[in-house]
Design a protein around this ligand. Structure first.
Ligand code: ADP
Ligand code: GLC
Length: 492
């Protein structure tokens, strides 16, 4: 089996994929990449864990006959996995292969702090390679994502490089989040299942320091490394953003590029958003105002519809810069008319902050904790501005969703935020949002004040909204850039 001439055989490995599993943007991106590569005619096969939360009956997932009860031994651990095949919902017929291994994936959440977390994803990576080999499917590209599948390039250089289907395969590692590296104790080295002759390929300084870093091995051995924006590709080569991997990244600088994520406008467009009862576009903004009124009532906000509404939809993690809001939001909410709707799940300290803020500003601040897909679309549509003051942001999707929804993003100039939002210049009327530089509370306060001042000047605000709504971050461009990377590897 191989793809038609000109089309590529691409094996995508991802630890989450929308709509089957999602904690953040990786799920969206894995879905979109599979969808757009498939639409482009490539033989793309996406492999992901069959988490307990996935409804296989609803998916009509079928067992792959050649891949049932496959044994997998990793050091002292023995597993048995099976593979199910389905069509990824909403992805135009792109196939998804689910690695079913309840001992590893039937847990309360997708990711855990269990001591075998590394093993769960080493097993995933090996199960994918073993599946391709059994199916005698020869992917030309093996595209792994984040630390979870970052051992694939090393495995291709060692035992799987000796297996026929992989003889010509090239590897790509995409770093979505360098803050998570998959570090585990060197004492667990046997869990990798490497033969003793191959262990010198492991990063020796890390081993001496008593640890193994999954992501670092992807960086060392992938044929190409990408991250999800050009600015972040430069940032991660520095000590400020490299999270300890900057030396390894600098050594591979020639192989590193940044490809800005796209937006799946089938899912995120106010002209046709399936979660919204009213649709709108830049010429018909009354729909947005109507949605705002409905939304305020729905979440119990009593602020008048003219009061600017700020939205937040976020993992509540240190990366997202929530602590800048600790000081800024109570101050600005006390000083000016402003309402806030926040949705997020994550660290307790951030949840407590928003819960307390909602209590201090009743009728003006609404907070819902947890994951809620529908509410996330409502917040994007109903809000006037969107807050994203990230400490680091490899790409970020919500600021690009916000632009399309006429919801002006207020962002820090970092990573993909810097690459997708242009600071508004009142003199020329150009720009799409409010962008601040320093990671501190006064800078965020300045940005919020600037946004609220612009909101008070309808001509500027309307210009800003329309500038943003005209932006096009469609996936066609991003998918084409990935195909460019794949083709260069194959040619080279
Ligand atoms: P990250 O991957 O770092 O979390 P992104 O901006 O790339 O950041 O992607 C976040 C994605 O997850 C967006 O699609 C956003 O709407 C979604 N999301 C984040 N938190 C929630 C939540 N609590 N409920 C629903 N969707 C959420
Ligand atoms: C992440 C990053 C985010 C990016 C997403 C998808 O986890 O934090 O910036 O948009 O991956 O690439």
């Amino acid at each position: 089996m191989s793809a038609a001439p000109g089309n590529l055989a691409i094996c995508l490995l991802a630890s989450e994929v929308v709509p089957l599993s999602k904690t953040g943007g990786l799920g969206d991106v894995a879905h979109a990449l599979a969808k757009y590569l498939h639409a482009d005619g490539h033989d793309v096969r996406l492999f992901t864990p069959c988490y307990a939360s996935i409804d296989r009956a609803a998916l009509a997932a079928r067992p792959v006959a050649a891949l049932q009860q496959v044994p997998l031994e990793l050091g002292k651990h023995a597993f048995v996995f099976s593979v199910l095949e389905a069509t990824l919902p909403g992805a135009g017929g792109a196939p998804v292969f689910l690695i079913d291994c309840p001992a590893l994936y039937a847990r309360a959440s997708l990711y855990t702090s269990d001591t075998d977390e590394h093993l769960r994803f080493i097993a995933l990576t090996r199960a994918v390679l073993a599946s391709c080999a059994r199916l005698e499917w020869a992917p030309q590209i093996l595209h792994c994502n984040d630390w979870h599948t970052a051992f694939a390039p090393l495995l291709l250089r060692t035992e799987y490089g000796r297996e026929a289907p992989f003889a010509a395969a090239r590897t790509v590692l995409t770093i979505h989040n360098i803050g998570y590296q998959g570090i585990f104790p060197a004492a667990e080295i046997a869990d990798l299942g490497l033969s003793p002759g191959d262990t010198p390929l492991l990063h020796q300084d890390d081993l001496r320091a008593g640890r193994i870093n999954a992501l670092r091995h992807g960086i060392l051995y992938a044929d190409a490394i990408t991250t999800v924006s050009p600015t972040h590709a430069r940032e991660i080569c520095t000590a400020q953003y490299g999270m300890g991997l900057e030396d390894s990244l600098r050594a591979r600088a020639a192989a590193l590029t940044g490809i800005l994520n796209g937006v799946d406008y089938d899912e995120w467009d106010p002209r046709r958003d399936r979660f919204l009862p009213v649709h709108y576009d830049p010429e018909h903004l009354a729909g947005k105002a109507a949605l705002k009124r409905q939304f305020l009532a729905r979440v119990g906000l009593t602020a008048a519809p003219e009061v600017p509404l700020a939205g937040i939809v976020s993992r509540l993690a240190a990366q997202k810069g929530i602590e800048l809001m600790f000081e800024t939001l109570p101050k600005v909410l006390s000083a000016r008319p402003l309402a806030l709707a926040a949705l997020g799940s994550g660290e307790a300290r951030y949840q407590q902050f928003f819960t307390k803020l909602a209590r201090s500003f009743p009728g003006r601040v609404a907070f819902q904790s947890g994951h809620d897909e529908e509410l996330s679309h409502w917040i994007e549509a109903a809000s006037d501005l969107y807050l994203m003051p990230s400490r680091y942001e490899p790409c970020g999707l919500n600021q690009m969703y916000s632009l399309r929804y006429g919801t002006v993003p207020v962002v820090r100039r970092t990573g993909g935020l810097a690459d997708s939002v242009e600071h508004y210049d009142a003199a020329s009327g150009t720009g799409t949002g409010v962008v601040f530089n320093d990671f501190d509370a006064p800078a965020l306060e300045w940005a919020l004040d600037t946004a609220l001042d612009l909101y008070a000047q309808p001509a500027h605000w309307s210009r800003l909204m329309r500038n943003g709504m005209r932006q096009d971050f469609s996936w066609q461009r991003a998918a084409a850039e990935y195909v460019g990377v794949y083709r260069r590897l194959i040619a080279g």
